[in-house]
Design a protein around this ligand. Structure first.
Ligand SMILES: Cc1cc2nc3c(=O)[nH]c(=O)nc-3n(C[C@H](O)[C@H](O)[C@H](O)COP(=O)(O)O)c2cc1C
Length: 480
C-alpha cells in the first residue's frame, strides 16, 4: 500500500512539474529538479559547517560568532597556534601594546557615567555593553524574558525597541530604555499623537531609566519598522493597538519632526513630562546635518540638547527591511562615530551629550575600538541574539527562526529556555567586559574609559599602519 501511495505521489509531482509554466528547471527535469530547491533552502544551514572558512561568512563570520557562543557558555575563549587573521588587509585595526602593561591587581573598575545630569532623574550606569533595541514582536517572548533576566544579572540595560514596553521586558527587573518609534506604539493616544499620560505612566516605572526617540536605524534609514503579518499575534496586536494578522508598517518619519528644531522640541517635551534623560537614535547620512543640529542646540540652549545620541552604523541589523536600504544607505559606524564625536567637541557639547554606539560591535576588539574612538557606551543587538543561540539563519523577517529568537511561532519559541539563556546573556556581558579589560591593560590603561585614539592603529597601504589620532586629530572647540 505504501509503495502504491509513493508511486502515485511521484507520478503526480512529475505531471505537475511537466505541465506547470513557472519553473523551467522543473519542466525540463521533473522530480529531480526539486533537489536544487531543497539544496538552496538547506544551504544556509549547512554552508557554514562544510564550505565556509572561519572568516568568510556574512554578516558575521564564524570566528566572531564562535567567540560570542563560547563567551556566553563560559567556554575557553583562548586559541592555539596563532592568529588566523593574518595577513592584515587595509583597514584592519590593532591596538598599541604598552611595554609595561597594567598589572591585573592594579586594574580599576570602569568609571560610572551619568546621562542627563540636569534631569529630575539622571541615569548613572557603570555598564559599558548594553542590549540594543529589539521589539517584542520582532523577537519572541522567551527571548525578551531571557534578555531582561540576563541584563538584570549583568547590570546592563535592555532597550525595549519600538513595540512598546511589554510585561516580559519588566519581568527580569533590569534597567530599561523605552524606545519611541515613528508609530509611537505604547505612547500615542487614539489619534496617533504622543500621549503625555502614557509617557508619565512609563516614566513612573522605576525600571524605565531613559527615553529614546528612534529617528532611524542603521539597516533602514528613511523606513519605519516592519512587522510581518505572521508575527502579529493577538497579544502583540493589543500591545501595539494594530489589527491582527496584518503587516504593520510604521511611518518612515515622525510626523512631528521635520527639522532639527522640531527634534529638539520633541525631546525637550518628553524630558519635561517624564523627568528622565531623553535622547535619539539615528544613522548618519549627511554629516553636515550635525553642524545644523549642534548650532540649533547652541541657539536654543543646553536644556534642549539631547541627553544622548545612539549612533547606529549602516551595518546594523534589523527584523525586516528592504535590501536596497540595508545594503546601500548610511555611514558605517567606523566612519560616523569619529565624525559625531568630533562635531560634539567642536561645538562644546561633548560633556553634555553622551554617545552610544552600535553596529557589529560584538567582540572585545570592536568594543575597544569604539570606546577609544570616543563612544561612551556600546549597544549590541545581534551579539545578544547569538548569546541566545541565534545561528544566523537570516529568517528574522519570516517567523521561521529555528532557534526561537526572532519568531512568534509557539513551537519554535518553546525551544528557547529563558532561564538557561538568561545565564548566557549574563556570561556574554561578563566575558566581553573581561576581555575588553585585558586589551586595556595590555595598552597600559587601568580601565576602558582611559582608552583614546592613540591606542588604536589602522593598517593602510603597504602593510604600514597609522594611528587613529593622526587620522582624526583632536578637535578644538570652535569660537562663536
Ligand atoms: C531582530 C532585530 C530587531 C530590531 N528592532 C529594532 C527596533 O525595534 N528599534 C531599533 O531602533 N532598532 C532595532 N534593531 C536594530 C538594533 O537595535 C541595532 O541598532 C542594530 O542591529 C545594530 O546592532 P548590532 O550590529 O549589534 O546588531 C533591530 C535589530 C534586530 C536584529
Amino acid at each position: 500500500m505504501l509503495w502504491i501511495t509513493l508511486l502515485v505521489a511521484v507520478i503526480v509531482i512529475v505531471l505537475w512539474d511537466l505541465f506547470q509554466t513557472e519553473h523551467s528547471l522543473l519542466r525540463t527535469y521533473p522530480l529531480v529538479g526539486h533537489l536544487r530547491y531543497i539544496a538552496e533552502a538547506l544551504g544556509v544551514y549547512f554552508r557554514q559547517f562544510f564550505y565556509a572558512r572561519d572568516t568568510e561568512e556574512e554578516p558575521f563570520n564564524r570566528a566572531d560568532r564562535t567567540w560570542v557562543y563560547r563567551a556566553a557558555k563560559t567556554a575557553d575563549t583562548t586559541i592555539g597556534f596563532g592568529s588566523t587573521r593574518n595577513p592584515r588587509p587595509i583597514g584592519t585595526i590593532y591596538f598599541v601594546a604598552s611595554p609595561f602593561p597594567v598589572l591585573y591587581r592594579e586594574a580599576t573598575e570602569t568609571h560610572p557615567i551619568t546621562i542627563g545630569p540636569n534631569c529630575k532623574y539622571p541615569y548613572t550606569t557603570r555598564s559599558l555593553i548594553n542590549i540594543s533595541a529589539m521589539s517584542y514582536g520582532s523577537i519572541s517572548k522567551n527571548a525578551i524574558l531571557a534578555l531582561s533576566k540576563g541584563a538584570k544579572k549583568a547590570n546592563c540595560w535592555l532597550n525595549t525597541g519600538e513595540g512598546g514596553i511589554s510585561p516580559y521586558h519588566l519581568e527580569g527587573g533590569c534597567d530599561l530604555i523605552a524606545q519611541i518609534g515613528t508609530a509611537k506604539f505604547g505612547f500615542c493616544d487614539e489619534n496617533g499623537n504622543l500621549s503625555d499620560s502614557k509617557l508619565k505612566e512609563a516614566a513612573a516605572l522605576d525600571q524605565v531609566k531613559m527615553f529614546e526617540v528612534k529617528l532611524s536605524q542603521g539597516a533602514k534609514p528613511g523606513k519605519g519598522g516592519i512587522l510581518p503579518a505572521s508575527k502579529v499575534t493577538p497579544e502583540i496586536a493589543k500591545l501595539r493597538n494594530v489589527p491582527l494578522n496584518k503587516t504593520v508598517i510604521s511611518p518612515n518619519r515622525f510626523l512631528e519632526i521635520a527639522n532639527s528644531n522640531d527634534l529638539l522640541d520633541f525631546l525637550y517635551h518628553i524630558r519635561q513630562v517624564t523627568g528622565k534623560p531623553t535622547g535619539f537614535k539615528c544613522v548618519l547620512g549627511d554629516a553636515k546635518w550635525l553642524d545644523d543640529l549642534c548650532m540649533e542646540i547652541r541657539k536654543k540652549g543646553l536644556d534642549y540638547a539631547p541627553d544622548f545620541i545612539t549612533l547606529d552604523g549602516a551595518e546594523g541589523g534589523t527584523g525586516a527591511a528592504p535590501m536596497s536600504l540595508v545594503d546601500y544607505m548610511g555611514y558605517p559606524i567606523a566612519e560616523s562615530l569619529p565624525i559625531l564625536v568630533d562635531k560634539l567637541v567642536q561645538y562644546s557639547l561633548r560633556e553634555r551629550i553622551k554617545v552610544i554606539a552600535s553596529g557589529k560591535l560584538i567582540t572585545p576588539d570592536m568594543v575597544v575600538w569604539a570606546l577609544a574612538t570616543g563612544a561612551d557606551l556600546i549597544n549590541s543587538a545581534r551579539g545578544f541574539m547569538f548569546a541566545l543561540g541565534c545561528i544566523q539563519s537570516l529568517q528574522c523577517n519570516k517567523n521561521t527562526c529555528p532557534t526561537g529568537v526572532a519568531t512568534q511561532n509557539p513551537w519554535l519559541e518553546h525551544g528557547l529556555d529563558p532561564t538557561n539563556k538568561a545565564e548566557r546573556v549574563y556570561q556574554y556581558v561578563k566575558t566581553l567586559e573581561h576581555e575588553v579589560g585585558i586589551i586595556c591593560h595590555s595598552c597600559g590603561v587601568h580601565e576602558p574609559r582611559q582608552l583614546s585614539r592613540r591606542h588604536v592603529r589602522m593598517v593602510c597601504e603597504n602593510g604600514t599602519s597609522v594611528s587613529l589620532e593622526e587620522i582624526y586629530p583632536d578637535q578644538v572647540p570652535l569660537t562663536q
